[in-house]
Design a binder for this molecule. Structure first.
Ligand code: ADP
Ligand code: MG
Length: 584
């Protein structure tokens, strides 16, 4: 206190206009945030047609027009006041939010950093009403002629916050963020017709009321959408569904991982982690799937009041959600795998699209060990094998073995090449996984005990997981305040230093909490490491061994990828061979 006075520092109350601009900073980060907020208001108003016009990347103009319920003339001044909303009736509503908005912040925030105009006519009103807000100063509402619905026009965004304006990127970049915002809404509100005009020309046009896969195609483009299959899962009040890319089709970032909770687009570590865990061992390191996940649960079980931008949520039963999502994805993939999609070489490039997270990725690395994984560039599934699974591998006619590593086969469609090493790995992996999940774990005593020292925060987490580790064969005991000694490891693991691997696992799952899928994830990793030490490539296989391998491949769920996501099978169809030999 003395110190403050000595420096002449006093506490002052900020003028309302400053406070408004500070608060606006959290809601309005860039033009796309304006689009997101206005589109959400239109959706909350039950609109079926939403049109967005932008100019200058949204900095010069964002206009959003809808055919929703509109705002009554006498309420228009309230709509632009801070903390004024029609979406909460009593305090308890805050714990069961069913609308996209509820904080009563978007319009006042946008109005405080731009020149805003609202034109609206309520459904049962004779005429409309217009209201201007200029840098936070609201004018008088004026009668105006218009049709039912609302149009909000935002000009000169950040004109009075030049520091923020300097952060704007090129109009093209801002436009792409705006597309993202519209695409995210469009994937969740299929019944709505969305249009986006840039500099008066139509750039997105997504008619409403279409089939789910059609909306997916509209938004993600034909190529990505065709590579995705539908999945659905539910348990009690939890309903999970959506689309997932069939392994091995994958992308270099998490851009195409999109998740919705009760129709709200969210960025959530728990969901991302659970989705990737569902894919575990089906994708190569550093590769990510395309997934659109819709999660529905009772409103009271999820808190959306975490951040003003409302992109974050907290689940009341986080580990249950994690487990359910991982299981839903795994089951969806298992169903997809029943009609194997095989890798067919092509020279296509990864298409670019506009939805989901920016490329910054949340990587889940293979846990430890493992030989370097060969990357396959420019390969992706193009055609799906029409052969239903029923003994696909056993139906192959083996023509011979090449380079001590590839099985060359004739398939009913053409030529099939099997990477014997990858196939062995998948089979061994499945065997290991089965043994682990049946609790058939042998332990090896460590000759030299390994002591793991952890920072206090991690130690607390680690301590909670000792039982889980014990179930998979690691006996770990406390040894001093924040140190632990590893006494045994699962016998199926090669000898080595397990400390870093254990630590990484604990940190990675720090936020997920204990769950069944956590144990499965751990088992997957152990099996991956284990099978690596067992398999040798470049060995001539006897005929019986080949037949046994093919039969085994037919018995397991994910036979088309090795546990590191490398393909087991590459197929060239007759049509492709003909194309390659220029016969067509
Ligand atoms: P919130 O959406 O959190 O309620 P906003 O500041 O975004 O807060 O909007 C304030 C209020 O203005 C809303 O609660 C709603 O009643 C009204 N409103 C805003 N946009 C629209 C719209 N497009 N159609 C109908 N009402 C709207
Ligand atoms: Mg709102």
């Amino acid at each position: 206190m003395v110190h403050r006075e000595a420096k002449g520092v006093k506490i002052i109350r900020l003028p309302d206009s400053w406070a408004a601009r500070i608060a606006a900073g959290e809601v309005v980060e860039r033009p796309a945030s304006v689009v997101k907020e206005l589109v959400e208001n239109s959706l909350d108003a039950g609109a079926k047609e939403i049109s967005v016009w932008v100019e200058g990347g949204g900095v010069s103009l964002v206009r959003v027009g809808d055919d929703g319920d509109g705002i009554a003339a006498e309420e228009l001044p309230l709509a632009v006041e801070r903390h004024a909303t029609s979406k909460l009736a009593d305090e308890a509503d805050l714990w069961r939010i069913s609308t996209l908005g509820f904080r009563g912040e978007a319009l006042p925030s946008i109005g405080s950093v731009s020149k805003l105009e609202i034109l609206s006519r309520a459904r049962n009103a004779e005429a409309g009403c217009r209201l201007r807000v200029d840098g936070g100063k609201a004018g008088e509402p004026l009668a105006a002629g218009c049709s039912v619905g609302t149009t909000v026009e935002v000009r000169e965004l950040f004109f009075n916050t030049p520091a923020r304006r300097k952060f704007m990127k090129s109009p093209a970049t801002e436009l792409s963020h705006i597309c993202d915002a519209i695409n995210r809404a469009a994937l969740s509100y299929r019944e709505v017709h969305f249009r986006l005009y840039n500099q008066r020309s139509l750039v997105c046009d997504y008619p409403g009321g279409v089939a789910p896969h059609d909306r997916l195609r509209q938004v993600l483009g034909r190529e990505i959408a065709e590579g995705m299959g539908k999945f659905a899962w539910n348990k009690g009040e939890l309903i999970i569904g959506g689309f997932l890319s069939k392994a091995p089709s994958s992308f270099s970032g998490t851009r195409y991982l999109t998740a919705y909770v009760n129709r709200r687009f969210v960025r959530d570590r728990v969901l991302t982690h659970a989705i990737l865990q569902g894919y575990e061992t089906l994708l190569m390191k550093g590769r990510y799937p395309a997934v659109v996940l819709y999660l529905e649960l009772p409103f009271k079980d999820v808190d959306v009041n975490v951040h003003p931008a409302k992109h974050e949520v907290r689940f009341r039963r986080q580990s249950d959600i994690h487990e359910a999502v991982a299981e839903a994805v795994r089951e969806g993939l298992r169903n997809e795998a029943k009609s194997p999609t095989v890798l067919i070489p092509s020279m296509g490039r990864e298409p670019c699209g506009t939805v989901g997270e920016p490329a910054a990725s949340y990587g889940v690395e293979p846990w430890a060990g493992g030989a370097p994984v060969q990357r396959i560039e420019f390969t992706r599934p193009l055609e799906e094998s029409p052969l239903a699974c029923g003994g696909f591998f056993s139906s192959l006619e083996v023509l011979g073995q090449l380079l001590g590593c590839y099985l060359i086969c004739s398939s009913p469609r053409g030529l099939a090449v099997i990477d014997q090493h990858a196939a062995h790995e998948r089979v061994a992996f499945e065997r290991m996984r089965r043994r682990l999940s049946n609790g058939e774990i042998e332990r090896q005593n460590l000759l030299i005990s390994q002591v793991l020292e952890l920072p206090a925060g991690e130690a607390a987490l680690f301590e909670q997981r000792l039982e889980l580790l014990d179930r998979v064969g690691f006996s770990v005991e406390k040894f001093g305040r924040d140190s632990y000694v590893i006494r045994t490891a699962p016998a199926l693991l090669p000898a080595g230093d397990y400390r870093e691997a254990l630590r990484r696992m604990i940190v990675e799952v720090a936020e997920i909490g204990e769950s069944e899928s956590l144990r499965e994830g751990l088992e997957d990793r152990l099996a991956t490491i284990a099978c690596h030490s067992v398999i040798r490539a470049h060995r001539k296989l006897e005929k019986e061994e080949i037949r046994a391998l093919l039969t085994e491949l037919d018995r397991i769920d994910f036979a088309t990828q090795c546990p590191h996501g490398r393909p087991v099978l590459i197929e060239l169809s007759e049509a492709q061979l003909e194309r390659m030999f220029r016969r067509t």
